[in-house]
Design a protein around this ligand. Structure first.
Ligand SMILES: [Zn+2]
Length: 407
């Protein structure tokens, strides 16, 4: 097996246009090409809530990659079921790319219900209260079994208002867990790659090694350090020394003020490796996305379009619209006149309001569809603007329009 050269990168990332710190790129995975900056709809339990996979694939949405939550899928249905069903893609019926998070943020969010030690995090399941334990090694085992194109290192998040000492302790733990994640992940990656090569040889497949390589997954490292810029810089430097296929900024949008969040992004993003994708985790509104893109971020995920859709709130080109509002009772306009999604082409605000107030499940489905379409379409426009050198103009006009509101 001396001809093997593992670990190999399973992602190819190329920046194709730059405008200041802003970049447009192409991220090639074994399951297709993803244009960046990209928004990834969140599929917590293996489903983007309220949206059928056909819709996600349709030209209306055309999501190139979705996110799956390791914590939720590990607790239910569990690793054995997903393994038995051929991995996460097969289990949920989605052929395009997936990114799985590590579960670190979810167990951290449990607050009182969890206990963090050097070894990992002990917590009570939110489903049945059972005592569970998640560590870097277990997270890597679970993510390897799921088989997403991109897996995330297991990290610990410090609260937005963490003191310097708290943030340093958390950052150091995240670094030790990042090393353990890297080691454990490479074990699974090498094992899987070797299996494929052997299988290919046995079948006389001439491209055996080429076939083997795309089977490997990519692993992203996560930068922590709360709102302390020197800790953030040190975290980044040491995470890059370990070496990952991409780098994420974690621990933002967890209680700190917006200007603090953008200060961290502005300081950190330009220092992140230019030839690797940069992922801002769990952020945010369309305006947040554009501001982070302006500072050099390539990838995003957030539950806002789906969660707010279910709660009756639409994101539009003129800001948020609350469909419960009485002023829409007889409003014949679509949610957003500037949106070309199938919901806006067919239905009025009056009908959507009626559905919502009647407790019809279609209300959440239609509002979610529009919101996800709006986020994905915004990113499509962002990419076009960067490529044609018009991002600055786009950013200004978009921001002005967003704040104009609905009269
Ligand atoms: Zn729409």
């Amino acid at each position: 097996m001396s001809s093997l050269q593992f670990p190999v990168s399973s992602l190819c990332f190329e920046v194709i246009a730059k405008d200041g710190e802003t970049r447009a790129g192409v991220l090639t995975t074994r399951r297709g090409v993803i244009e960046t900056p990209v928004f990834m709809p969140v599929g917590t339990a293996g489903t983007v809530k309220g949206i059928r996979f056909e819709e996600l694939e349709s030209p209306d949405l055309d999501a190139q990659i979705i996110l799956g939550n390791t914590y939720h899928l590990w607790l239910r249905p569990g690793i054995e079921t997903i393994k038995a069903c051929g991995g996460l893609h097969k289990f949920i019926g989605w052929d395009r790319a997936i990114l799985t998070d590590s579960g670190g943020f979810q167990v951290w969010s449990l607050g009182e219900l969890r206990k963090i030690t050097e070894e990992g995090t002990e917590f009570r399941s939110h489903i049945d209260g059972a005592l569970c334990f998640l560590s870097p090694e277990i997270s890597m085992e679970v993510q390897a079994a799921f088989g997403a194109e991109i897996a995330m290192a297991f990290d610990e998040c410090a609260p937005g208002e963490a003191t310097y000492d708290e943030a340093r302790r958390s950052m150091e733990l995240t670094l030790r867990w990042a090393k353990r994640s890297r080691v454990a992940f490479d074990r699974y990656r090498t094992a899987r790659g070797s299996e494929r090569v052997i299988a290919g040889r046995d079948s006389g497949e001439p491209q055996a090694r080429m076939l083997a390589l795309p089977e490997s997954q990519a692993l992203f490292g996560i930068v922590q350090g709360a709102s302390h810029l020197d800790l953030r810089r040190e975290s980044l430097k040491r995470i890059v020394e370990i070496g990952f296929d991409g780098y994420a900024i974690g621990g933002l949008s967890v209680g700190e003020d917006k200007p603090v969040m953008f200060e961290v992004i502005e300081d950190l993003a330009p220092r992140m490796p230019a030839d690797k994708p940069r992922y801002l985790m769990g952020v945010g509104t369309p305006q947040d996305l554009i501001e982070a893109v302006a500072r050099g971020i390539d990838m995003f995920d957030c539950v806002l379009p789906t969660r707010n859709g279910r709660n009756g709130q639409a994101f539009t080109s003129r800001g948020k619209l609350n469909i419960k509002n009485a002023r829409y009772a007889q409003d014949q306009q679509p949610l957003d006149e500037a949106c070309g999604c199938s919901v806006c082409r067919r239905h009025s605000r009056a009908f959507l309001r009626h559905l919502f107030l009647s407790g019809e499940m279609l209300a959440g489905i239609l509002l979610t569809h529009h919101n996800v379409a709006f986020f994905l379409d915004t990113m499509r426009t962002v990419r076009q603007a960067i490529r044609s050198g018009k991002f600055t103009k786009f950013r200004r006009e978009y921001t002005e329009q967003l704040s104009s509101g609905w009269e």
